[in-house]
Design a protein around this ligand. Structure first.
Ligand code: AHR
Length: 522
């Protein structure tokens, strides 16, 4: 079906529905039109990616406990964490940072563990790390999870030779000093590495560079990152933070720059109350709940403004926008090390995750990778650990519910909905996206942001006929409900029955403050 025809159908359908609703004096019209027989771009599975930095207890304690630990592990890596990440099918894992990446010298982290040099983690709490988790351990972790490694190279304090040697060590099968060293350290065959970042936040912690200067440096580093032995690197240039379109423009406008990378990054955190104050993760008002989602929705606007620049210089969309850090950033849990960024995750974070993942789905043509910050024990984690205990956060459950979108095709949708208003300010009360998978199953993911009101939404499903509908819902009685080590199942998804399908129109009644994923089968 031609795109213009699809748009026309949506307009006609929406107009007739709204007119009927007005006649019936319906107070608010909530409608999601879904066209099922005109599939759009493939939703890259890699937008469901995660991020593991040497920060707080993300790596040490959270992922890595060492072979001699009583905590069940495989070669030192926690089995419970690996199993939980396999369950949500994480497609890629970014490592070793973050800001840490531009202080990391990979050679400190190879060879016999007892001989490795200790280092000071200058960014995060000034703690001393023994480097027992290095390249081999990270690659083993990705093998156990079954995901792509995404490695961030050190531009800020590293050398071109160091970075180029790392790629050779990892991926070459030739006989060379680097590959002999890898074999000596116990790994005969090269690994495959796709995603490789040329620095992190080089406008800030990665060297405080100007965009012009970074462009020059990036080209130099990238020149020496080779594709060895059939490995194809996807080079990610350091991109902007938030709305800094000047950074993106400077890197994109220069043809010499853009020939040196396949993707350009973007970082955006939602920080209710601003960087100075940062709200509490668990003790917040409805105003802060609303404000968090207002900030979350900004991700759409921010992506759109960077996309406009990419579209100007790369209209064929060969370069990916790589949102490799996102999430809510709150005050640390009281009594914890401020440098460790340990925070709890509530139902509010689950809705944040749903809003972001829906936005990334909608931008499937340009957003190719995204990484939630961070995977275990740091910021908006999907997993929290304490000694041998593990907690799956509400955010984890959203990633499990949304995994059905990975590699599915985005569907054309048109959402009209009421506002969720606090004071005199409103934001859309509903966030949504839909996709069709390879077996023809349609998945619709929706969040109702309003904590006070269930919302009924009508979904005309145009194109195909579906016989069965099933669904899951994540919700709770209070906004700040979370899973603790004492009560790890306080909040988890349950079966959702709040829908009706009649004459091709699906009616969904979403509980207040909920995330719903529906599956439609022919
Ligand atoms: O995710 C925490 C930090 O936030 C990362 O190290 C850095 O890249 C960003 O500023």
């Amino acid at each position: 079906m031609r795109k213009s025809l699809v748009i026309l159908i949506v307009i006609i359908f929406s107009a007739s529905f709204i007119t009927n609703a007005q006649k019936e004096n319906t107070p608010a019209v909530n409608q999601l039109v879904i066209i099922t027989n005109h599939a759009g771009p493939v939703i890259s599975k890699d937008i469901y990616g995660h991020f593991s930095e040497h920060l707080g207890t993300c790596i040490y304690g959270g992922i890595w406990v060492g072979k001699d630990s009583k905590i069940p592990n495989t070669d030192g890596i926690r089995n419970d964490v690996v199993n939980a990440l396999r369950e949500i099918k994480i497609p890629n894992l970014r490592w070793p940072g973050g800001c840490f990446a531009d202080t990391y010298h990979w050679m400190d982290g190879i060879g016999p563990q007892e001989k490795r040099a200790s280092i000071i983690n200058t960014h995060w709490g000034g703690v001393v790390e023994d480097n027992s988790f290095g390249t081999h351990e990270f690659m083993k972790l990705t093998e156990l999870i079954g995901c792509e490694p995404y490695i961030s190279g050190n531009v800020g304090s590293g050398t071109i030779r160091e970075m180029s040697d790392w790629v050779e060590y990892l991926t070459s099968s030739a006989d060379s000093p680097m590959t002999r060293l890898r074999k000596q350290n116990g790994h005969e065959d090269p690994w495959k590495v796709k995603y490789f970042a040329i620095g992190n936040e080089n406008w800030g912690c990665g060297g405080n560079m100007t965009p012009d200067f970074y462009g020059d440096v990036m080209r130099q580093f990238s020149t020496y990152l080779k594709d060895y032995s059939g490995n194809g690197l996807y080079r990610v240039a350091c991109g902007a933070s938030d709305n800094d379109v000047e950074w993106t423009e400077t890197l994109m406008k220069e043809p010499k720059n853009r020939s040196m990378f396949q993707g350009i990054s973007l970082h955006y955190y939602s920080v209710p109350g601003g960087w100075g104050r940062k709200g509490s993760a668990t003790n917040f008002t409805e105003n802060e709940w609303w404000e968090t989602f207002r900030l979350n929705y900004d991700m759409d606007r921010i992506i759109t403004s960077h996309e406009a620049i990419l579209d100007r210089y790369d209209p064929r969309k060969t370069k990916g926008l790589i949102v490799d850090e996102w999430g809510n950033w709150f005050q640390v849990e009281p009594g914890t090390n401020p440098g460790f960024l340990y925070q709890q995750s509530t139902l509010r974070d689950a809705i944040t995750a749903a809003i972001h993942l829906n936005i990334f789905n909608q931008h499937a043509e340009r957003v190719k990778v995204a990484n939630l910050a961070q995977v275990v024990n740091v910021l908006q984690s999907v997993i929290l650990t304490k000694d041998d205990k593990i907690v799956l956060t509400p955010t984890y459950h959203v990633f499990r519910m949304f995994r059905v979108h990975q590699e599915a095709q985005l569907l054309n949708t048109d959402l009209r909905c009421e506002d969720y208003v606090v004071g005199d300010r409103g934001i859309p009360a509903i966030s949504a996206s839909a996709s069709v998978d390879k077996e023809g199953k349609v998945h619709i993911s929706i969040a109702n942001l309003n904590p006070n009101k269930e919302i009924t939404m009508t979904c005309p499903v145009i194109g195909d006929t579906f016989k069965t509908v099933t669904g899951e819902v994540l919700t709770a009685n209070e906004m700040a409900v979370y899973n603790s080590f004492e009560k790890p199942e306080n909040i988890k998804p349950t079966v959702f029955n709040g829908y009706k399908m009649k004459d091709g129109i699906l009616t969904i009644t979403m509980p207040a403050k909920s995330v719903v994923v529906l599956e439609l089968k022919k």
